[in-house]
Ligand binder design. Sequence first.
Ligand code: G3P
Ligand code: MG
Length: 251
Amino acid sequence: MTATKIYGHRGCMGTYPENTLLGFQKAIEQGVDGIELDVQLTKDGEVIVIHDEILDRTTDGNGYIKDFTLQEIKEFSAGVNYEHFPGYDEASWGAERVPTLKEVLELLEPYDTELNIELKTYLINYEGIEEKVLSIVEQFGNGRKIIFSSFHLPTLLRIKKLNKYAEIAWLLDQRISHPQDYIQSLDLEALHISKQVALSDAFYLKDFFEKIRVWTVNDKDEIKQLLDLNVNAIITDFPERALFYRSERKS
Ligand code: G3P
Ligand code: MG
């Protein structure tokens, strides 16, 4: 039986600024099996790694990503707002910039870390983002396992149409009655479901756990429950914690 994989959510956003090169580097150092990140498109069509459609929460800029060029976005700090979290370290975190997808893939180059690219196309129609993401992955992915996920199903179907070998996963935060039907009819590699759904519906999802990754699981007991259930992967803000509980089970 394959052990549940541990994916760092937005890097390891529980302890380092989310979706930054620093956070991804730290997650790799902690020993994650994979990294989850979010992508959006700038005004000049660059794929950047940032969770929100606006700059306000995670950077010291304001406004929609789609209204700024990459060069303009690079002026802002992607770490300075992280002061709300324990262990604030302005000196190093303030220097972090919003990375491009290409920069993250270059950082990952020496490692065999898996990558989950979440396309944030649910609220904004980023024309052509699917083609751009696939092209960047083709150039800089280095053959690593890459999973494309989205809440927006048409994005996943576009990805699959562009590349039939692409591994797609649908993000769901609501109950589903027939997981196998989604997986088979949409040719999904997996479903990425919220922990609330995974834990409440475990009794009938159990036959599909090898095709289910669960987000965002930070609580010790929930991590342990999902390890017991042997889901394919846990996506967590605190990968170090999840890796520790997984290692405890092996010894
Ligand atoms: O991909 C899992 C998770 O990241 C989905 O929610 O809002 O954190 O991107 P969100
Ligand atoms: Mg995400």
